[in-house]
Design a protein around this ligand. Structure first.
Ligand SMILES: [Zn+2]
Length: 338
């Protein structure tokens, strides 16, 4: 089968490798769509995966083979590659180890994943797709689960005013999750005009261009001088965390969703007196996936606006795609179609 092999820093090469066969407790998935995640872009940019890894965790497809002990699935079932409940002891290192440092310890699971024609996984790992959710939508279930977790771990309450900083895929999904969770008003700050337009299409009540307006001033103004109850930091730009802490309402909540890979400047004396909550979130757990898939099925997450025709690429073009994704762009989401 064809797979994109991570060779070294900023190098992905598509090669023929043996198709993985399922063990008795495993299933084989013929991948139909695999979304390129910002996390993999970081892996590529900062070289945090071992050579010869096949990356990609946001994928969906059809079960093509099952191991002899498998009872949960049959050949032909449409699934996403993640979201199942791990049996005790099989949780990811991040969930198990109290001091797991993702930046230093990187990707720990280096088996063949989503940037390949086939993958195998344990029977407990995938989730079945509802009939009305396409495999293209299924490929985006993981980022939906990430923002579902962010909103569930935040202090957001029904009727709150919310700001979302950054309208990449995570920001655009976070906006929808915040709305689904009962936000009364969502304001999105994003430098790209194309992305701001999509934010409005997806239900943002107002958008702010941080390159022409001071996002802190403007968002406080748009919230009657009080600031948002909750700010979701989905940008990972250098000034965004400080801006989030500056603009949030007194006793409000900043939820750090995006991962900055460089030092970000913070001046605590500016906002410590507001007695705010700063929360973090990372990845997602099985329950977040279940909620996310339900929200896709009920159209609370609209995924099509995130994808234009040019964003669907062939596996052969993966290196070019990653080269473009490490540069600033209007691009929102890229998906490999097999
Ligand atoms: Zn991801």
């Amino acid at each position: 089968m064809k797979a994109a092999i991570y060779k070294s820093k900023q190098s992905l090469v598509v090669e023929e490798i043996p198709t993985p066969e399922p063990e008795p407790d495993e299933i084989q998935i013929k991948i139909s769509h695999s979304a390129i995640c910002g996390t993999d872009v970081h892996v590529y940019l900062y070289d945090i995966a071992p050579p010869n890894t096949v990356l990609g965790h946001e994928f969906a497809g059809e079960i093509s083979k099952i191991g002899s002990d498998v009872t949960r699935f049959k050949v032909g079932d449409r699934v996403i590659g993640m979201g199942g409940n791990p049996p005790p002891g099989k949780e990811s290192p991040l969930r198990k180890q109290e001091q797991f440092n993702y930046r230093l310890e990187g990707i720990t699971n280096s088996r063949t994943r989503g940037y390949a024609e086939y993958t195998v996984c344990k029977e407990w790992e995938p989730l079945k797709l509802p009939d009305n959710v396409s495999t293209l939508e299924g490929a985006l279930a993981e980022p939906c689960a990430v923002v579902t977790r962010a909103v569930r771990l935040s202090q957001q309450r029904l009727g709150d005013t919310v700001a979302v900083l950054g309208a990449g895929p995570i920001g655009l999904l976070c906006l929808q999750a915040a709305k689904a969770a009962g936000a009364n008003k969502v304001i999105v700050s994003e430098p790209s005009e194309a992305r701001r337009t999509i934010a409005l299409e997806l239900g943002a009540d107002a958008v702010v261009d941080p390159t022409t307006q001071d996002p802190v001033e403007r968002i406080i103004e748009l919230t009657d001088g009080n600031g948002p109850h909750v700010v979701y930091e989905c940008a990972a730009a250098k000034p965004s965390l400080q801006s989030a802490l500056d603009m949030v309402r007194k006793k409000g909540n900043v939820m750090l969703v995006a991962l900055a890979w460089e030092d970000v400047p913070l001046l605590p004396v500016d906002w410590a007196g507001k007695e705010i909550q700063l929360n973090t979130t990372f990845g997602s757990e099985p329950y977040d996936f279940k909620v996310a898939v339900d929200l896709i099925a009920t159209k609370k997450f609209l995924l099509e606006p995130l994808l234009s025709e040019t964003d669907t690429i062939k596996l052969e073009d993966i290196q070019k795609a990653f080269e473009s994704l490490i540069k600033p762009s209007n691009q929102i989401q890229m998906v490999i179609k097999f």
